[in-house]
Design a protein around this ligand. Structure first.
Ligand code: G3D
Ligand code: MG
Length: 208
């Protein structure tokens, strides 16, 4: 049933101010990198259709409008997210160190059903710049230590790995959405099975 439904998948992008979140989204959705592009998009989210395993899904990408500086993103921002993209700037080590607290903040605010397995993706952005300060190895090690979060090095400016990363976002969001849907659709059956089991056991006992 769920595979025929048109999926709208909510993706949120988090990370310190200035790491390139808005630029990455603009590059992915509009194929543009522009210095004039304003940090405030004037909307809660942008959408883009992508194809995942022969299926069209709509990514609803939520970007911050600068409020990340004050850690004051409302509950609506986090609610119902199917995937969370955490971005840092490879030339700014502090933004890499912040990943942990962004991840924690997401898990507290969104409180997903299964936090251990919630799909995150890490993007190390601005790889086009010369003054890299966070090595690939260091970032990969951190991602591995956090339950193997997929990691991509990107450049919103030169469109490096942006398409590829969001394709992975879509795949992971879809998998998460399907799982949540299954859980929500069949809770009674799961309960019934448990009861059936205990009833069967009672019956077995009675037969003795
Ligand atoms: P944010 O949404 O995370 O706050 P922005 O970040 O998308 O507003 O980007 C912050 C600054 O970084 C912008 O520069 C933007 O042009 C630049 N930037 C974003 N992505 C890249 C990238 O991949 N490579 C390079 N070289 N620069 C990038 P300004 O000068 O407008 O502040
Ligand atoms: Mg922004």
């Amino acid at each position: 049933m769920s595979s025929r439904r048109k999926a709208i998948l909510k993706v949120i992008i988090l990370g310190d101010s200035g790491v390139g979140k808005t630029s990455l989204m603009n590059q992915f959705v509009n194929k543009k990198f522009s210095n004039q592009y304003k940090a405030t998009i004037g909307a809660d989210f942008l959408t883009k259709e992508v194809i995942v395993d022969d299926r069209i899904v709509t990514l609803q990408i939520w970007d911050t409008a600068g409020q990340e500086r004050f850690q004051s993103l409302g509950v609506a921002f986090y609610r119902g997210a199917d995937c969370c993209v955490l971005v840092f700037d490879v030339t700014a080590p502090n933004t890499f160190k912040s990943l942990e607290s962004w991840r924690d903040e997401f898990l507290i605010q969104a409180s997903p059903r299964d936090p251990e397995n919630f799909p995150f993706l890490i993007l190390g952005n601005k790889v086009d710049l010369e003054n890299r300060a966070v090595t690939l190895k260091r970032a990969q090690q951190w991602c591995q230590s956090k339950n193997d979060i997929p990691f991509y090095e990107t450049s919103a400016k030169e469109a490096v790995n942006v398409e590829l990363a969001f394709q992975e976002v879509a795949r992971r969001a879809l998998a998460q959405d399907t799982e949540t849907e299954l859980y929500n659709e069949f809770p009674d059956q799961i309960k019934l099975n448990a009861n059936d089991y205990s009833r069967d056991r009672e019956r077995d006992h009675c037969a003795c």
